[in-house]
Design a protein around this ligand. Structure first.
Ligand code: PGA
Length: 254
């Protein structure tokens, strides 16, 4: 069986500051993507840039994601953004339950509602899970199991293949070093087992990504040894000079 192309989600977070810089960063990403035909790339820009980036992009290789959105279809939610609006602006994917949203108070129940709403709109939810710390006992497995259970509680077994799981240990996000591929491999086995317990054997096929301090030096090892099909990249994807090195490193080993 041919290996599927690795999926790299470029999470720009709340960057850059201006539309001008956003266009420059996107242009650099586009060039990097052209040099990396064996890599699938999803760009998750701040929502205010999404529609125009999508409209101006003439290629087919880059897909777009929203970084977050509310589950409700509309209503009195000042400052909110709905999934339908993100889809209308050009998103195919949506990050759900990113650690930085959970840290601001998003509950697992809200995350679960977003996953259901995204599937109903035919958006691909990227459910982000991950423990805040690793202690010596194996509590972190329980934390991940709880997030998976709540995040997927409304998902039918038949739909589980439409959800991407991004495992992002909070202690490795925005830090110096990523988790080791060996530990990721162990976690991927745990995630798959948990999903099979919850949703049946179809969940064996679920696609798992890793995120947390991924860069050009560790990305391809993580993809080869971490039992993941993709990566969620923050800082390295926000730097015009580095997105190309990241995709090249992956392309060379794809
Ligand atoms: P980082 O962020 O690559 O800067 O650690 C990853 C993420 O939060 O998705």
């Amino acid at each position: 069986m041919r290996r599927m192309k690795p999926i790299i989600i470029a999470n720009w977070k709340m960057n850059p500051a201006t539309w001008r810089e956003a266009k420059q960063l996107f242009a650099a990403t586009k060039r990097a993507v052209e040099q990396a035909p064996h890599v699938s790339v999803v760009v998750a820009p701040p929502a205010v840039f999404l529609r125009q980036l999508r409209q101006e992009y003439r290629g087919k290789r880059i897909m777009f994601a929203a970084q977050d959105a509310r589950a409700e279809a509309g209503g009195a939610f000042t400052g909110g953004l709905s999934l339908a609006q993100c889809k209308d602006a050009g998103a195919h994917y949506v990050l759900v339950g990113h650690a930085e949203r959970r840290a601001l108070g998003e509950t697992s129940e809200q995350t679960g509602a977003k996953v259901i709403a995204a599937l109903a709109l035919k958006l691909t939810p990227v459910l982000c899970v991950g423990e805040t710390e690793r202690t010596n006992d194996a509590d972190y497995f329980d934390a991940v199991r709880r997030q998976l259970r709540a995040g997927l509680s409304g998902v039918e077994s038949s739909q589980i293949g439409r959800v991407l799981i991004a495992y992002e240990p909070v202690w490795a996000i925005g830090k110096e070093a990523a988790m080791s591929p060996r530990d990721m491999h162990e976690m991927a086995i745990f995630i798959r087992k948990t999903l099979v317990d919850l949703k049946g054997v179809g969940a064996m096929q679920v696609r798992i990504l890793y995120g947390g301090s991924i860069d050009e030096t560790n990305a391809s090892t993580m993809l080869h040894e971490g039992d993941v099909v993709g990566l969620l990249a923050g800082r390295v994807s926000e730097e015009r000079a580095r997105i190309g090195s990241l995709l090249q490193a992956i392309e060379r080993s794809a």
